[in-house]
Write a protein that binds this ligand. Structure first.
Ligand code: ADP
Ligand code: TYD
Length: 211
């Protein structure tokens, strides 16, 4: 894994809703903590008090509530606060930061599904967020199975799930394509099988990237 000169390691988990990435982010954090590492586990949208407030605007309500362009601005605003308050201080003290989603989610969800806005996402990122993750693990899962898992979770955060199965299939293709655009950083992890089996693949990818 590329190590940044200014301290810790920065790992992101990505994938479609219900792919199992939160489960895997949590398991990796536990494994690395057991090994004695200082680990900060965080998530997007959210990860700081201000960004969690913006999260509610984004994940609740009518699927048509915001345009893709407005979403890009809101997600980037949340990410900037998350970066300033949570990620940068943790990396600065040398911690491993594991985030459940980061800028690749904006590239795929807002950048590729409602017109081609990837260049807009990348320009805003370059202006506002000083760093990419050192390693990005995309948990690849069957869209139909993942949607059933995501909808089985109770709660009110269903705005993106409300876009439906076809949308999930387009998202999966977008996440797989990331490995071609950023091969040094992005690893695709087979998300099938038990949680423990997937965790084994994740751990192997982290160790390999560290060599
Ligand atoms: P995501 O963060 O990608 O939306 P989660 O990690 O929250 O996904 O998982 C969604 C649901 O699927 C949860 O109820 C979780 O317990 C379950 N789950 C996660 N990984 C697996 C797995 N490998 N096999 C079966 N169920 C899983
Ligand atoms: P998340 O809580 O990770 O949902 P899940 O656990 O179901 O995967 O994220 C909430 C929703 O926000 C999710 O549907 C993906 C979406 N999202 C974007 O559209 N763009 C982004 O930049 C981010 C970070 C999330």
């Amino acid at each position: 894994m590329t190590r940044h000169p200014a301290g810790g390691r920065f790992i992101s988990f990505e994938g479609i809703d219900g792919s199992g990435k939160s489960t895997q982010a949590r398991r990796l954090a536990e494994t690395l903590r057991t090994d004695g590492a200082d680990v900060v586990l965080t998530r997007e949208p959210g990860g700081s008090p201000g960004a969690e407030e913006i999260r509610r605007l984004l994940v609740e309500g009518d699927p048509e509530r915001w345009s893709a362009e407005t979403e890009i601005l809101l997600f980037t605003a949340a990410r900037r606060d998350h970066w300033e308050r949570t990620i940068a201080p943790a990396l600065g003290r040398g911690a491993i930061v594991i985030t459940d989603r980061f800028a690749d989610s904006t590239r795929v969800y807002q950048g590729t599904t409602r017109g081609d806005l990837v260049a807009v996402v990348d320009r805003l990122h370059a202006l506002m967020i000083p760093r990419q993750p050192d390693l990005t693990l995309v948990i690849d899962a069957d869209p139909a199975a993942a949607l059933i898992r995501a909808r089985a979770r109770s709660g009110s955060e269903l705005r993106f799930e409300g876009f439906g199965a076809d949308f999930q299939a387009r998202l999966r293709a977008g996440f797989l394509a990331l490995a071609d655009t950023a091969p040094a950083r992005v690893r695709i992890i087979d998300g099938s099988g038990s949680e423990a089996e997937v965790a084994g693949r994740v751990h192997a990818a982290v160790i390999q990237a560290d060599r």
